[in-house]
Write a protein that binds this ligand. Structure first.
Ligand SMILES: Cc1cc2nc3c(=O)[nH]c(=O)nc-3n(C[C@H](O)[C@H](O)[C@H](O)COP(=O)(O)O)c2cc1C
Length: 209
C-alpha cells in the first residue's frame, strides 16, 4: 500500500477479512458500530489511514461532551514510521510491544488536569475517556479498528513529548486496519479468538427500580 492508501481500500480490506467481525452477543439490540467494535491485536502492517479519515476520527473525539465544556482531552498522534510512533512504541509494556507496531497510528490520550492555575478539573479523566470512546466508535464506522492500552511507561511518554505536570498520560490507542489472527504469536492468537464476554447487565445495575 502506498502512503496515501485510500480509506475505501482500507475499509474493504477490513470488512472482507474473516477476522473482522466478532459481533457482541447482546441481550438487546445495539447500533451496528457498537455491536461490531472490538479490540483486535492483529493489524495490517502495510495499511495507511488517509489524512481525511484520521481527521474525522479525531474530530469525533473533539465533539465529545465534557463537564462545563472544559474539553480536557489532548492527544499525541503518531503515524507508523514517524519518530513519535517509535517513541510511543518503545514506551509500551509487555506484550503490547509485540503487536502494536503494526497499527497505522498510535494515539496517546492525555488529560489536562487543571482548568486554570488554581482549579483542578475532577472530570478530566472521565471526559478524556468519553472522547476516546467517541473516537473508537467513529473509527469503527470508518471500517477501522482500535485497541486501547494501559500497559505503557507514562513517564517516558511525558518526558519525550515534554508534557507539563498538569497533563496526565492515561492511555495509548492503536488505530488501524484489522489483520489476520493467524499472523499473531500463538499466545496472542489464543486471546484474539477467545470468546468475548461481559458481566450480566443485572450486575451493573446497582439499582433498577
Ligand atoms: C483503559 C484500558 C486499558 C487497556 N489496556 C490494555 C493493554 O494494556 N493491553 C491490551 O492488550 N488490551 C488492553 N485493553 C483492552 C481491553 O482488554 C479490552 O477492551 C477488553 O478486554 C474488552 O474487549 P473488547 O474491547 O474487544 O470488547 C485496555 C482497555 C482499556 C479501556
Amino acid at each position: 500500500m502506498s502512503l496515501t492508501t485510500d480509506i475505501s481500500t482500507a475499509t474493504s480490506t477490513a470488512t472482507s477479512r474473516t477476522d473482522a467481525s466478532r459481533r457482541a452477543d447482546t441481550r438487546a439490540p445495539l447500533i451496528d458500530v457498537l455491536a461490531e467494535r472490538w479490540s483486535p491485536r492483529a493489524y495490517d502492517p502495510t495499511a495507511v489511514i488517509d489524512e481525511a479519515t484520521l481527521t474525522t476520527v479525531l474530530e469525533a473525539a473533539r465533539w465529545a461532551p465534557s463537564a462545563s465544556n472544559n474539553q480536557p482531552a489532548r492527544f499525541i498522534v503518531a503515524r507508523r514510521g514517524s519518530v513519535s510512533f517509535a517513541t510511543i512504541h518503545d514506551a509500551l509494556r509487555g506484550f503490547n510491544r509485540t503487536w502494536a507496531d503494526a497499527a497505522s497510528v498510535l494515539i496517546v490520550s492525555v488529560a489536562q488536569l487543571f482548568i486554570d492555575d488554581t482549579r483542578e478539573n475532577p472530570w478530566a479523566r472521565y471526559d478524556l475517556g468519553q472522547a476516546v470512546a467517541h473516537l473508537t466508535i467513529q473509527a469503527q464506522h470508518e471500517g477501522l479498528h482500535t485497541h486501547q492500552m494501559g500497559g505503557f511507561d507514562g513517564a517516558a511518554i511525558a518526558t519525550a513529548f515534554d508534557l507539563n505536570d498538569d497533563q496526565a498520560v492515561v492511555t495509548v490507542t492503536a488505530l488501524g486496519v484489522i489483520g489476520k489472527a493467524a499472523d499473531l504469536t500463538p499466545e496472542l492468537r489464543e486471546r484474539e479468538i477467545a470468546p468475548r464476554t461481559r458481566k450480566p447487565l443485572a450486575e451493573l445495575l446497582l439499582a433498577n427500580d
